[in-house]
Write a protein that binds this ligand. Structure first.
Ligand code: ATP
Ligand code: MG
Length: 497
C-alpha cells in the first residue's frame, strides 16, 4: 500500500516536472487544466491545497517562486478553478502580451493575428485556447550584419503549430461564469492580466538624482489593472505600452510618429518610446515600418547611436523603446547658436556613428539636425526610418530632400554612404549658420552644387571640410572614416578629454 502510494507520488512528480519544463520552454500553461482533467476528487482537492505543489515537487514552494495562496484559502471551494488557473499564470509568469520579446526571429505580423477575432463556433464556447508562439513565416532581419552577401528576407514556411489543435478542452463546470470566447486572447487571460498586477512604478535607486519627478509608486495600481485599456488598444484590452511603461510627456513628433518620455515600471529607468501615429493595416506598411527597428537592432550598440531596447506591435502601431536623449539638435537651433568647437564635436561624433554603420554595410539616408540627439553632451544619431543597405539589396527611400545630394534625387545609388556625408555636411552647415537651410530654389540648388557661401568668423580649414562634404561628386567627398581621422578634430578632442 505504502509502496503504491509512493510510486503514484513519484509518477505525479515526474509528470508535473515535465509539464513545468514544457511550460517554461514557452508552451502554454496546461498544468492546471490537465490536473483538473483528472477528475478524481483527490486531484481537485489537492489543487485547492497550497501544499500540493510543495508536496509533489518535494521542495519548498519558495524555491520555485510559488505565489502564496494563503490568502485564497478562505474561499477555496468557491473559486478553486479560477484560482488554479491564476496560480499557473502567476507561477509561470507568462505575460499575455501579443508580441513576444525575440523580435529578430519572430514574425510580428502573424503575432498580431492573435488579435484577430475568432469566428464563433458553438463547440468552442467551452474551450480555452492556449497561446503559443506561431513560428510560421519567420522573418530574418535583412539588415543583420551576420547575413552575408545578398541579404534577403527569408520566410520560413510554415505551420508547425496549429492553433486549432492547441485547444485544451475544459469541463463546463471549470469555466462556470466564463463568457463566450471571441478571440485568441481569452477573456480569462484578460481577467488574469488584471489580477496579475503590473510592477509598481518606482524610482531606480541606482540612478542617483536621475529622476527628479515625484512618483506615486502604486498610483497605477489603483485601477487594479494598469494594462487593461480597452479604449486604447481597441481589441482585447491588453496594452504592453501601458502595462510596462508610465507615460510622462511627449518629447517629439515626426512626420509619422510621436515620441514619449516614459518610465519603465519594472526597472524605474527612463526611456523614449516612439510609436507610429497611424495604424498600419497593410502588411507592406508594417514591413516598411519594421525596417527601422531591424536597422537599429542590426547596427548594435555604439556610443554615438541612439540605444535600442525593444519593439512591438500594438493596436496595429509599431512601438520602439529607445534610449532617452535630452533633445535633438533642431530644438537648440533657435535658442542658442553652437560654437565652431561644439559643431566640430557633433561632426566628429556623428561621423564616428556613420563610420560604424557604413562598416556594417548600412546607410542612414536621413541625417539632419532633427535626427541628431544630445545626451549629457554626447551626440547620437537616431531615426533609422530610412536606413537601408549599401549594396542596394533593400528598397531605397531617401529622407528629407533638403539634405539630400543631387545624385540620389536623380536615383543614382552607387555611393549611398556618400549620401550620408553630404547630408551631414548640410546639417553642420545649417547648425553653424544657426538658421534653417535656404528655402529658396536658387540657394537650395547652390548647396546641391557644392556652393557654400562664406561663413564669416569660421576657420578656412572648417569651411573647406564642409565644402568637401557637400561636393556634388560623391567620389570626391571624404568617407566617414577619413572624416573621423581629419586633423581638424585634434584640438576639439584634446579639449574634450
Ligand atoms: N530617443 C530619443 N530621445 C529624445 N528625443 C527623441 C528620441 N527619439 C526621437 N526624439 C524626438 O522626437 C522627434 C521625432 O522623432 P523621429 O525623428 O524618430 O520621428 P520620425 O517620425 O521618424 O521623424 P521624421 O519626421 O524625421 O520622419 C525627434 O526629432 C526628437 O526631437
Ligand atoms: Mg526624424
Amino acid at each position: 500500500m505504502k509502496t503504491k502510494a509512493l510510486k503514484r507520488r513519484r509518477e505525479m512528480k515526474g509528470t508535473l516536472a515535465r509539464q513545468l519544463q514544457q511550460v517554461q520552454l514557452g508552451q502554454a500553461s496546461l498544468v492546471p487544466f490537465q490536473l483538473h482533467h483528472q477528475s478524481s476528487s483527490s486531484a481537485s482537492s489537492s489543487l485547492s491545497n497550497p501544499s500540493f505543489f510543495h508536496n509533489i515537487l518535494g521542495q519548498d514552494a519558495a524555491d520555485v517562486n510559488l505565489p502564496s495562496l494563503s490568502g485564497a484559502g478562505a474561499n477555496a471551494d468557491a473559486d478553486a478553478d479560477d484560482r488554479d488557473f491564476i496560480l499557473s499564470q502567476d507561477f509561470f509568469c507568462t505575460p499575455d502580451y501579443i508580441t513576444p520579446d525575440d523580435q529578430n526571429v519572430l514574425n510580428v505580423f502573424d503575432c498580431n493575428k492573435e488579435n484577430v477575432p475568432c469566428p464563433m463556433s458553438p463547440d468552442k464556447l467551452n474551450t480555452v485556447k492556449s497561446k503559443r508562439r506561431r513560428p510560421d513565416c519567420v522573418l530574418l532581419n535583412p539588415l543583420s550584419p551576420s547575413l552575408s552577401g545578398r541579404q534577403q528576407v527569408v520566410e520560413l514556411a510554415n505551420d508547425t503549430f496549429d492553433m486549432e489543435t492547441d485547444e485544451v478542452k475544459l469541463d463546463k463546470t471549470s469555466v462556470s461564469g466564463a463568457k463566450k470566447i471571441h478571440s485568441y486572447v481569452s477573456q480569462s487571460a484578460i481577467a488574469l492580466r488584471c489580477r496579475v498586477m503590473p510592477p509598481p512604478c518606482i524610482k531606480n535607486p541606482y540612478l542617483m538624482g536621475a529622476l527628479e519627478m515625484d512618483l506615486d509608486p502604486f498610483g497605477n495600481q489603483r485601477s487594479k489593472c494598469a494594462g487593461f485599456f480597452p479604449a486604447l488598444t481597441g481589441g482585447d484590452g491588453l496594452s504592453r505600452y501601458h502595462t510596462d511603461f508610465h507615460e510622462i510627456e511627449q518629447i517629439g513628433a515626426g512626420n509619422f510618429s510621436r515620441v514619449f518620455k516614459v518610465l519603465r515600471r519594472i526597472d524605474g529607468c527612463l526611456y523614449a518610446v516612439k510609436h507610429s501615429t497611424r495604424q498600419l493595416h497593410q502588411d507592406t506598411e508594417r514591413r516598411k515600418a519594421l525596417m527601422e527597428v531591424q536597422a537599429l537592432a542590426a547596427v548594435g550598440s555604439h556610443e554615438n547611436i541612439v540605444g535600442y531596447f525593444s519593439s512591438w506591435f500594438e493596436n496595429e502601431q509599431l512601438y520602439i523603446q529607445m534610449e532617452l536623449c535630452d533633445h535633438s539638435l533642431s530644438m537648440t537651433k533657435s535658442s542658442q547658436l553652437l560654437t565652431e568647437q561644439e559643431v566640430l564635436l557633433a561632426l566628429h561624433q556623428v561621423a564616428k556613428a556613420l563610420q560604424f554603420i557604413h562598416e556594417r554595410g548600412i546607410v542612414h539616408l536621413d541625417v539632419k539636425p532633427d535626427n541628431i540627439y544630445v545626451k549629457n553632451g554626447v551626440y547620437k544619431l537616431g531615426d533609422f526610418g530610412c536606413a537601408t543597405l549599401t549594396d542596394k539589396s533593400l528598397p531605397i527611400e531617401e529622407g528629407d530632400a533638403r539634405y539630400m545630394p543631387q545624385e540620389i534625387l536623380n536615383e543614382k545609388y552607387d555611393y549611398l554612404d556618400k549620401v550620408d556625408i553630404f547630408s551631414l555636411g548640410a546639417a553642420i552647415y545649417e547648425l553653424i549658420r544657426g538658421s534653417p537651410l535656404p528655402e529658396s530654389r536658387s540657394q537650395f540648388l547652390n548647396l546641391k552644387e557644392g556652393k557654400l557661401p562664406l561663413l564669416p568668423g569660421h576657420s578656412l580649414q572648417f569651411q573647406n571640410l564642409l565644402k568637401a562634404m557637400v561636393d556634388p561628386d560623391p567620389v570626391r567627398r571624404p568617407s566617414a572614416k577619413e572624416l573621423v581621422q581629419n586633423t581638424i578634430f585634434n584640438k576639439v578632442l584634446r579639449n574634450a578629454t
